[in-house]
Write a protein of this length. Sequence first.
Length: 325
Amino acid sequence: MTLESPTVDALDLRLLAALEVDGRAPFSRIGAVLGVSDQTVARRYRRLCAEAGLRVVAVRDAQRLGQDQWTLRLRCAPDGAEPIAQALARRPDTNWIGLASGGTEIVCMTRPRSPGDHDDLLLGKLPRTPRLVEIRAHQFLHRFFGGPTGWASKFGVLTDDETAALRPGPVATTGPARIDPEDEPLVAALERDGRAAYPELQRATGRSESAVKRRLSGLLASGAVYIDVEYHKEIVGHHRAAALWITAEPARLQNVGEALATHDEVAYAAATAGPSNIFVTVVVRDTAHLYAYLSRTIGSLDGVRHVETTPYLRSVKQLTYPQSR
């Protein structure tokens, strides 16, 4: 991937990629892998937080937890999109919201934690929302790329050995991925700050530090939660993003999804139910880059029947809300 940015350098990119491998890694370990001091890592981290909107937070993995995940396409009157998007962003069960189509459409990813949450949103609140013209709901069926594997992994700035050195050690787990009721205070604290120190997590949960360490290791190892990073993609020279609603031949669905996962531009890709069967988020440098990607890369992909492109005007919510701007 070619990255052009006047605001970040190679070390910043390596730090972002390192945090994506292990967002809770101590600065001393990150520094040792990157070949700089822990003070340098801390200084760069603080600057990226202040200037690039960097946040490290825990995310519940709906796929591993066996929970439904949906993308909503909401068509609105022009003066209704912004307040509706802001209201959705305040909900804890939304994790990505973008204004699209010149500000007349909202694309929203939801992770309802119960069937009641899903029904409340789709059957209760949204249909009664003024200025909302149309609702389309696409259920995710299978993730090809995204989630625990983030877009920074495509920077190509870490070697395989560096990536291996950053990964936490293996932890033995038993049983399926799950978040028990007594885990909620721990997960909630990490959703606010994925790098929260153990004494802070101890105060938030009322557990001993050893119990917190043990349970957090289990949650991460099982895949029930993962530590993710958000930041403004503009800092790495990618100023445009778009949603692609792809219809692939059923027999080629898996092959198309796997091919999309390898594309540098793809930040997220999943098979969905609905009129199209693959949803993709792409991040590109500019509109010329988007055109080249659609006409050359997607256009030559065997099995793709149709592509609808929805350029984003701006993002309202990534993983956290509100965002610093």
